[in-house]
Design a protein around this ligand. Structure first.
Ligand code: GLY
Length: 280
């Protein structure tokens, strides 16, 4: 699996509805979202995946009754040929799963549904390292959700990590390479990393960035490009970007995300990444 970690051929994204500005869930109600700006940033994100990296992008239409739907990551966990549809922790988000289910079935993935009404799971709480899963136990994800994930992906160890101060586990961490965890500097982020290290049999390298939000990036392994990292733009997090610039083997792609971040949307939130090897 290690040499294939980050290999992606397709991405599922969902357009931004106007209702996101007034009705998307958010931890800080004080910041107004600029709709035009959010659409532009989302379009540039899609363009990075499609035009710069050559992925096949499946765009689901916006749905005004689902203001958080652009954050497709929360609706499914995909590993290999299997997609586990989640039961999002916020009841207002459960309707997002249906359109994603259809898209993943159309891609001929083995789609598993989370039907247990005691389970909740947001994909933003799931960190897959290529070797194992870490699942954040947060306001959105519970132990039963983590158990169902473990039952679905039996080839991998699954460990749970308490998440207290942020929306999701990946609000302050992500992968930047096959063995490299990017982690924010806050006390909560560092505590979660320590928990992950204690629970794991693997020794990961770590890249510490000053800003927790900048630690959410997207690592891809694209045959014609090698290691690729989509990360937050330098105008948003200049000090963290200086850290990414030390990754000399990576193609770095800065992506602005300040508008969706106002409703707690991070870079990983906005796509579901899938590897469907061609039959040729
Ligand atoms: N706005 C993203 C979420 O709260 O789920």
């Amino acid at each position: 699996m290690s040499e294939l970690f980050g290999r992606v051929s397709h991405a599922v994204v969902r357009e931004v509805p106007q209702s996101l500005c007034r009705a998307a869930l958010r931890s800080d109600p004080g910041q107004a979202v600029d709709y035009g700006g959010s659409v532009r940033q989302h379009r540039d994100y899609i363009s990075a995946l499609q035009d710069t990296l050559g992925l096949t992008v499946i765009r689901l239409p916006a749905e005004e009754s689902l203001p958080d739907a652009p954050f497709v990551e929360d609706t499914a966990v995909i590993c290999g040929e299997t997609a586990l549809l989640t039961r999002p922790g916020a009841p207002s988000r459960r309707g997002e799963v249906e359109a994603v289910k259809k898209a993943l079935q159309d891609l001929q993935l083995n789609v598993v549904e989370m039907t247990d009404e005691n389970a909740t799971l947001d994909g933003g709480d799931v960190l897959f390292t290529g070797k194992e899963f870490f699942v954040g136990l947060s306001k959105r994800t519970n132990q039963r959700g983590a158990e169902i994930l473990a039952d679905t992906f039996k080839d991998y160890a699954v460990s749970t990590v308490p998440v207290c101060d942020t929306l999701h586990l990946k609000s302050f961490c992500s992968m930047a390479g096959p063995n490299l965890i990017v982690i924010g500097s806050s006390e909560g982020a560092q505590k979660a990393l320590k928990t992950m290290q204690q629970m794991s049999d693997h020794r990961y390298d770590k890249l510490t960035v000053p800003d927790d939000a900048a630690a959410n990036c997207i690592y891809l392994n694209i045959p014609s490009k090698g290691h690729v990292l989509l990360h937050r733009a330098p105008e948003e997090f200049p000090e963290s970007v200086k850290v990414f610039e030390k990754l000399k083997d990576h193609m770095l792609i800065p992506v602005a995300n300040s508008e969706l971040a106002k409703v707690d949307g991070a870079l990983t939130c906005c796509s579901l990444l899938i590897n469907k090897p061609s039959n040729e």
